[in-house]
Design a protein around this ligand. Structure first.
Ligand SMILES: CC(=O)N[C@H]1[C@@H](OP(=O)(O)O)O[C@H](CO)[C@@H](O)[C@@H]1O
Ligand SMILES: [Mg+2]
Length: 588
């Protein structure tokens, strides 16, 4: 007979190995729990419990990803993955935080029994359910992985570690696991191997890639290894892997892409001989916020086609090094970073979204009109989207747009409510979601309509669970190739308004609350009026301030007609936040 799901003694014993540090009060933020890794074993153990409990409650496999994404190497974090491969619903965050904050083992037992499992606590253990666990390259991963597995097993649920995988791969695997027919041949439930991920996206990519690309030289000599001319695809693509998990996984695309005429040259691969550190002066967050080429790019020629992923490879931005201080270096540098001599021409998440929107628009125009009847297409952005991108969507592409608060959980939800939802944060996290209704129609039409077939294949190329840098690279390369565009052509879709991001510390960032998708400050009283009066003094000015969900800081964003004005507007708003919301440290 199977053991009971919930055995208080087993649970108490397992929990006693993972005591919560006394002054640690974790909260489920923009991207799960994140903190210095040394604080996290109890949190990760309890997330293991919770992921197992959710599997039991939903009678489906769930997942746990141990990563702190673009944050420094000494941090770590944990995110929960739901059976459909999406993020745990926000309605579950409060109880996750309650469990993570329990002061002792008895409280852990009580919260799990009374607040999470309820009647299910007395069921016998389902032998067919698993929690799939993945982690990034951080040195703290093995210890936290052990904590996660211990948590899952304390509820008699099967735990399967996929080792070092990207966040989007783990989300994909959870969804794939739930699509398999349940069977139990071995000691645990039947679960997919990582190869199904590569089979899916590379299979779709091969079918979508037109024959001319197959005939291009694979030696990277097209356009002299740079993007300054010739075809937009083929040739060399330099990839900054942030010294993270992307390096090993993107490596697996090399042979396939090479056959298709794209030569990848990977940099910041975590090679100990080169001494690079995870996310340190490299990775998508650094490139997007500091507008500088990452470390290990000194020999990359100006104009070359480059991209950068973050530490867990769920973000992607493209860029081109610009020699001699050109480009848009410094246009959005966070406080404390000096302006640099050489810059980049950045194609951020907004630009990736617009590229995808242009291409998808081309396909939609070729679809039989009845297929599109009642189909809703929308593009989702946050307040950080450059005003020029929003104007391009509205005035040129004429697509309905939605603005949500920061954090992909909000964007994803909004995109999900359309039949075809394109969402990207400016920092490069995003994807394109297809509704079941649209997919059904595309499947029915695919045989007779090349456009329907193409859109259907695209839904297989693009990770349907979360933003994915690996499938993003394939998408961008495909579109550039289809359109015969260089990075310069892509960049020319619209010109970003000069912008600036700053961050500052206040005594309690909780005193700042926001409304209208974080575009206005509701409290403290008077702050929004002050910001508004300042913004009005700047032509094409726009600015907002919001508390970060991942750092103890308040972020300020400003854009205006010129770089000097964007800088000045950001500075003045930062001073207002400092004065009215309890700034600490030096006044901006
Ligand atoms: C301005 C910015 O880039 N904010 C990021 C950052 O959130 P904050 O709440 O701003 O700290 O990390 C989130 C998680 O990765 C990401 O979703 C978000 O876009
Ligand atoms: Mg990330």
């Amino acid at each position: 007979m199977s053991p009971q799901v919930f055995d208080p003694d087993t649970l108490r014993r397992a929990s006693s190995a993972y005591t919560k540090p006394a002054n640690f009060h974790p909260s489920y933020g923009t991207a799960g729990f994140r903190a210095n890794a040394s604080l996290l074993p109890s949190t990760v153990f309890r997330c293991g419990l919770l992921a197992a409990a959710r599997a039991i409650l939903l009678n489906a496999h769930t997942g746990l990803m141990i990563t702190a994404s673009h944050n420094p190497v000494e941090d770590n974090g944990v995110k929960m993955v739901d059976p459909d491969g999406g993020m745990m619903p926000q309605s579950f965050e409060a109880v996750a935080a309650e469990l993570a904050n329990c002061d002792d083992d008895d409280a852990v037992v009580a919260v799990l029994r009374d607040r999470v499992l309820g009647e299910q606590a007395s069921c016998s253990s389902p032998q067919t359910l698993a929690v799939l666990v993945g982690h990034d390259t951080r040195p703290s991963a093995p210890e936290l992985l052990a904590a996660a597995l211990a948590g899952v097993r304390a509820l008699n649920v099967h735990a399967r570690s996929y080792g070092c995988v990207t966040t989007p791969q783990l989300h994909f695997l959870v969804r794939a696991a739930n699509q398999l027919t349940p069977s139990q041949d071995g000691p645990g439930p039947a679960l997919p191997e990582l190869q199904v991920y590569f089979d899916a996206i590379l299979g779709a990519f091969s079918e979508l890639t037109p024959p001319p690309l197959l005939q291009q030289p694979a030696d990277g000599t097209a356009a002299g290894g740079s993007d300054s001319g010739g075809s937009g695809s083929g040739g060399t693509l330099y990839v900054d892997c942030a010294n993270g998990v992307g390096a090993e996984q993107i490596q697996r695309l090399v042979p396939a892409l090479q056959r298709l005429g794209v030569e990848l040259r990977l940099r910041n691969t975590g090679d100990p001989a080169r001494g690079g550190q995870l996310n340190h002066r490299c990775g998508a967050d650094f490139v997007q916020k500091d507008r500088l080429p990452p470390t290990d790019f000194d020999d990359v020629p100006a104009g070359a086609r480059c991209c950068s992923v973050d530490g867990d490879a769920d973000r992607l931005v493209y860029f081109s090094p610009v020699g001699g201080g050109g480009g848009d270096a410094g246009t959005a540098t966070e406080a404390g970073t000096a302006a640099a001599p050489a810059g980049i021409s950045l194609l951020d998440g907004d630009k990736v979204a617009m590229l995808a929107a242009v291409y998808i628009g081309d396909i939609l125009n070729q679809l039989p009109s009845e297929l599109l009847e009642g189909i809703q297409v929308c593009c989702v952005q946050t307040a950080y989207a450059n005003g020029a991108a929003t104007a391009y969507l509205r005035d040129v592409l004429r697509l309905p747009t939605v603005c949500t608060p920061t954090g992909v959980k909000y964007l994803h939800e909004a995109a999900h409510s359309a039949d075809l939802g394109i969402y990207f944060e400016s920092n490069g996290h995003g994807t394109v979601l297809f509704s079941e209704q649209l997919l059904t129609r595309l499947r029915a039409a695919a045989e007779g309509s090349p456009a329907a077939r193409e859109l259907l294949l695209l839904s297989g190329l693009i990770n349907q669970t979360v933003g994915d840098a690996i499938s993003g690279v394939l998408l961008v390369e495909l579109i550039l190739s289809r359109k015969g565009w260089t990075l310069r052509d892509w960049q020319a879709l619209y010109t970003d308004l000069p912008s600036r991001q700053l961050k500052l510390k206040v005594a309690d960032r909780g005193c700042i609350t926001t409304g209208d998708a974080e575009r206005v400050c509701v409290t403290p009283a008077g702050l929004q009026d002050a910001i508004q009066r300042t913004v009005e003094q700047f032509p094409r000015g726009r600015a907002f301030a919001r508390p970060s969900g991942t750092e103890d800081a308040v972020r300020v964003y400003a854009e205006a007609d010129t770089q000097e004005q964007a800088d000045e507007l950001a500075r003045r708003v930062a001073v207002q936040v400092y004065d009215m919301a309890g700034g600490v440290g030096p006044r901006p």
